[in-house]
Design a protein around this ligand. Structure first.
Ligand code: HEC
Length: 151
C-alpha cells in the first residue's frame, strides 16, 4: 500500500481516539459538579455547638427535582420495593414513626429512623455520627442488606 494511505489511516485512527477523549475532558462533568456545589447557604453564626439553619438557601431547582425523584424511587433497592421515602416520610416529619425501620423483604433493622429534614446541616450523620457528610451517609442505606440491599 502507498505510504500516504498509511498516513491517512493513522490520522483517521487518531481522530477517532482524540474526539471522544476531548469530549471526556471538555469539562461538562466539571460544570455539573460546580453547579451542584454552587448551592449557597447563608449561615448566621452563633456562639455554641448548635447553629441555626440558614435563612437564605440558593439551590438549583433541577437538582432538587432530581433529588426528589431519586429519594422516592424504589429502583434504588435490590428488589425494587424500598425507597428512601419508605423509612423517611417527608410529609410525616422525615422519619417512619416505628421503633425500628423495615427494609427489603420485611427485614427489620436495629435502629429507629431519624428525621432527614434539614439533615444536610448536621455536622455528623447517623445516631452514632459515623458519617461526616450527607454524601458519605447516603451510601449506607443503599448498601445495607437490611435496608435497600443493593450495590
Ligand atoms: C429501611 C429503612 C431506611 C431506608 C430505606 C433508608 N433509611 Fe435513612 N435511615 C434509616 C435508619 C434506621 C437510620 C439511622 C441509622 C443509624 O443511625 O445507624 C437512617 C439514617 C439516615 C440519615 C441520617 C440522619 C441523621 O440525623 O443522622 C439520613 C440523612 C438518611 N438516613 C437518608 C436516607 C437516604 C437518602 C436514603 C435513600 C438512599 C435512606 N435514608 C434510606 C432508615 C432507612
Amino acid at each position: 500500500m502507498d505510504k500516504k494511505y498509511y498516513v491517512a489511516l493513522i490520522c483517521a485512527v487518531l481522530v477517532c481516539l482524540i474526539v471522544p477523549l476531548l469530549k471526556l475532558f471538555d469539562g461538562e462533568h466539571l460544570k455539573l459538579k460546580e453547579e451542584f456545589t454552587q448551592t449557597r447557604y447563608n449561615f448566621q453564626k452563633v456562639y455554641g455547638a448548635i447553629q441555626p439553619i440558614p435563612t437564605i438557601i440558593e439551590i438549583n431547582k433541577e437538582w432538587v427535582s432530581l433529588g426528589k425523584a431519586v429519594f422516592h424511587s424504589p429502583l434504588l433497592s435490590k428488589d425494587n420495593t424500598v425507597s428512601c421515602a419508605s423509612c423517611h416520610l417527608i410529609d410525616y416529619g422525615g422519619d417512619d414513626g416505628f421503633p425500628v425501620s423495615t427494609g427489603i423483604k420485611n427485614r427489620k433493622g436495629s435502629r429507629n429512623s431519624p428525621t432527614v429534614l434539614n439533615a444536610v446541616f448536621n455536622f455528623k450523620q447517623f445516631w452514632d455520627g459515623r458519617a461526616n457528610t450527607l454524601e458519605e451517609q447516603m451510601l449506607g442505606p443503599i448498601h445495607n442488606p437490611i435496608e435497600m440491599g443493593t450495590t
